[in-house]
Ligand binder design. Structure first.
Ligand code: ASP
Length: 586
């Protein structure tokens, strides 16, 4: 009898064992009269050898990559000098006694056995082949370990995983809902959840003090590299909790995940207020893998002869300085390219000053007073050999551009430690932000967020100054997710809706069910959600979510393997009481 083993386990100590291997042909080589086949399964690769005397030799000669095999034979040591240290099974091979070809494969449209770059749309069309590649197998293994660690952690802390429905009422959360037309109720629609936000709050009202869920969410948004129409979120809610309680549990979870799933100890997360994050790093998701900090040099240049600076200062804007380590060595062309990048980020321009050994050089040096330049250099600790970059604009824009340019400088100067995981908390967000599309104030998080306790009084006089009990977890310059302490008193929730301009009828129509639940003794509660896809993407060192998702949509929201979305049978459309516009494919 032979033992069925996986293709990743055989070692020198297994010499003499009779084994059975099942897998795919990873590679076939005909060599010195012998045929060598690397057999691959989900655990690894093992070399099997066909002897010319063997009856299945002729069959083996016709094996092609990705054919499916079962082989039986004896494990033997590879001859000295032919071991393969790159394979865990590289000390041994299996001398084939029996070959069974379980299935044949057509020639794959791209190689599976080498990690070479392949057009992404082709990879997505043949995802089952793409997923056979070691990198994708490893990424999905990491994903499994991360999710398992999350569940273990929350279980150990007394949280229940509770599923919430996918067919719900449309409760917009900042993005567009996917809608599902109802067959039974003509003209009515279910919405797919953008998140289980209101349901998890209702679970708190229902007395489940600690909820978590690995939740699927859908948002019908324009696609970006780090977005997918459907994604997975770690969704958490606690009752009778403070903001610190939520931060503690989420931070402990992530440190546990990194320790158990990735074998990495991460230190306690630094905490920054939103204001500090902007002042030091220009962005609310700072990349803390490098220390470079921005500085406000508005007052330093207050009396400047340089018209741009003068008018920015006079109109209440800001001048923000960034050090470019070693930047004095850049050519004028390189500075021009850098200025172009700043313009792409929304800047009107950028002033650069190269701090060369023989003095400061800049296209605008004749307008700049030496004392101001020296003072600006001092605040950002710029020295001879560095360059100083200055961004002058409205306060908001000057910081936003400087923050993005800080990342740019971090990248160009290789300031980021590629192996570092720099987590951080950003807290005390402003309650409102201005919606770019409409110019109107909208909640920076969502309207169920509670304002900072002392800030309620600003709700009428200066709502834009109101801060929220809203916090974000940040990792390596990405936002992993957000959360907040919620409004648990119905009157507070009503005041927020009122501030946002919703009439009582609109509140009833959209959120009536939720307002009624708040009326029945809702406990104080708060929570958070983190993007699992993004966490795994960063943990795997990948740069896009599709690399850690088994069956993602492409960049224009299509599933290329199944070919979705797709027209459906006309009758199905009629059953849903819908009519397609003439000319639409049915
Ligand atoms: N529902 C929120 C989101 O998906 C997270 C939260 O507030 O818990 O971003």
């Amino acid at each position: 009898m032979s033992d069925r083993v996986s293709c990743g386990v055989l070692r020198a100590a297994d010499e003499g064992r009779e084994v059975e291997l099942n897998g795919w042909v990873n590679r076939r080589r005909d060599h010195g009269g012998l045929i060598f086949v690397d057999v691959r399964d989900h655990e690894g690769v093992t070399q099997v050898v066909f002897d010319p005397q063997h009856p299945s030799f002729a069959e083996a000669e016709h094996l092609r990559n990705e054919d499916v095999l079962r082989v039986r034979g004896a494990v033997r040591r590879r001859p000295a000098g032919t071991e393969n240290p790159r394979l865990t099974t590289g000390d041994v091979e299996v001398a084939v006694e029996r070959l069974e070809i379980l299935n044949r494969s057509r020639v794959p449209p791209f190689p599976i056995n080498v990690d070479e770059s392949v057009d992404e749309n082709l990879r997505l069309e043949y995802r089952y082949l793409d997923l056979r590649r070691p990198r994708m197998q490893e990424n999905l293994r990491v994903r499994h370990r991360v999710v398992k660690a999350i569940r273990d952690f929350f279980d150990s802390r007394g949280f229940l995983e509770i599923e919430t429905p996918l067919l719900i009422k449309s409760t917009p959360e900042g993005a567009r809902d996917y809608l599902v037309p109802s067959r039974l109720y003509p003209g009515s629609f279910y919405a797919l959840p953008q998140s289980p936000q209101l349901l998890k709050q209702i679970l708190m009202i229902a007395g489940f003090g600690r909820y978590m869920q690995i939740a699927r969410c859908m948002r019908d948004e324009d696609q970006r590299a780090d977005r997918q129409p459907e994604f997975t979120q770690l969704d958490v809610e606690l009752s009778f909790c403070s903001q610190d309680d939520v931060l503690e549990v989420m931070e402990s979870c992530m440190r546990y995940v990194w320790r158990t799933a990735l074998g990495i100890e991460v230190p306690a997360f630094p905490r920054l207020t939103h204001q500090e994050a902007i002042a030091k790093y220009g962005l609310d998701k700072p990349d803390l893998r490098f220390a470079l900090e921005l500085a406000d040099v508005t007052s330093t240049f207050a009396g400047s002869d340089f018209a741009v600076f003068r008018s920015v200062v006079e109109s209440g804007g800001a001048i923000v300085a960034l050090r470019y380590p070693g930047g004095a060595a850049l050519s004028r062309r390189e500075f021009d390219a850098l200025t172009e990048t700043a313009k792409q980020y929304g800047a009107k321009g950028m002033v650069w000053i190269a701090l060369s050994g023989d003095g400061a050089k800049s296209p605008v040096s004749k307008f700049l007073n030496e004392g101001s330049v020296n003072a600006a250099c001092r605040v950002v600790a710029a020295e001879t050999g560095d360059a100083l970059l200055l961004f002058a604009d409205t306060r908001e824009l000057a910081y936003a551009v400087a923050g993005k340019m800080r990342n740019e400088v971090g990248e160009r100067c290789k300031l980021r430690d590629p192996n570092a995981f720099a987590f951080a908390w950003v807290t005390d967000f402003p309650y409102l932000e201005i919606d770019e599309a409409t110019g109107k104030p909208i909640p920076a998080h969502h309207p169920f967020t509670s304002p900072a306790p002392g800030d309620w009084e600003l709700i009428e006089s200066a709502p834009l100054k109101m801060r929220a009990q809203h916090y974000d977890m940040v990792l390596n310059g990405y936002e992993l997710g957000s959360g907040s302490i919620r409004n648990h008193k119905p009157d507070d929730q009503r005041r927020i809706f009122e501030m946002l301009g919703l009439t009582a009828e609109q509140v009833e129509e959209r959120f009536g069910f939720f307002m009624r639940a708040l009326d029945y003794g809702a406990p104080p509660h708060g929570g958070m959600a983190l993007g699992i896809d993004r966490i795994v993407m960063i943990a795997c060192g990948e740069e896009n979510l599709r690399e850690v998702t088994a069956f993602p949509k492409n960049q224009v929201a299509r599933d290329l393997m199944m070919d979705a979305p797709a027209p459906v049978d006309e009758q199905l459309v009629r059953d849903l009481h819908l009519t397609l516009k003439p000319g639409s494919p049915a």
